[in-house]
Structure formats: structure tokens, C-alpha cells
Design a protein. Sequence first.
Length: 132
Amino acid sequence: MARLLAYIAAGSAAGGVCRFLLTTLVQQRFGGAFPTGTLVVNITGSFVLGFIVRYALATPAVTPELRALLTIGFCGGYTTFSTYSFETATLIEDAQYQRAAVYAALSVLLALAGTFAGFVAARELLSVRGRI
């Protein structure tokens, strides 16, 4: 288990660094009015995860450790949106259209709600700190 966690950690570190570098490069090139860098990362991450999972599960050449490094680690560090996309696509492929729609809608809406709740919590904490 410790070895598997080390693989995942290494992949996460590499994915996070790649995300930062690509997002920065794209944003510098296209400007900051629209989050183009994040969009590019989410699209490429979804492509990479879809490719790796389908390829890795179809061949014994990819060990479970390497698969974990690339999927959970690298893709997870690069973008969690890829996991969301893959899980939604899998539900659609399995003809679970209602579940896919519910999962997609809840993921987006509840994630946005969580973000706004985080904004409120941060504002409140800053307000309390300002009164101390």
C-alpha cells in the first residue's frame, strides 16, 4: 500500500506542476479575461484520462501501480475535472442517461454552491479577524 501511495504522490506532483505550467503559458498567450488555461487543462486532462484508462485496462503492459500513478496521481493532480468527465462518460456509455444527467448537474451545481459557501466563510473569517 505504501508503494502504491508513493506512485500516486509522484504522479500528483507531476500533474500539479504540469497544470501550473500549461495554465500559465496559455493565460499569458491568450490574456486573462477568460480562463482559457483552465479550460485547456480540463479538456486535455479529460482526453488523457480517457485514453489511459481505456488503454491500461485493455493491456497487461500497464501495471496497477503505473495506472494509479497516471490516473489517480497525474490526472488527479493535473485536473479533477477529468475524473468527473470520465465518470459521466462511463455512465452514458452504460446507457445510464438519467444517472449521468443527475451526476453532471449535481457536480456542477453543488461544486459552484460549495465555492460560493467558501467565499462566504472566508469573508466571515476576515470580518472576525478585522474585529479582533
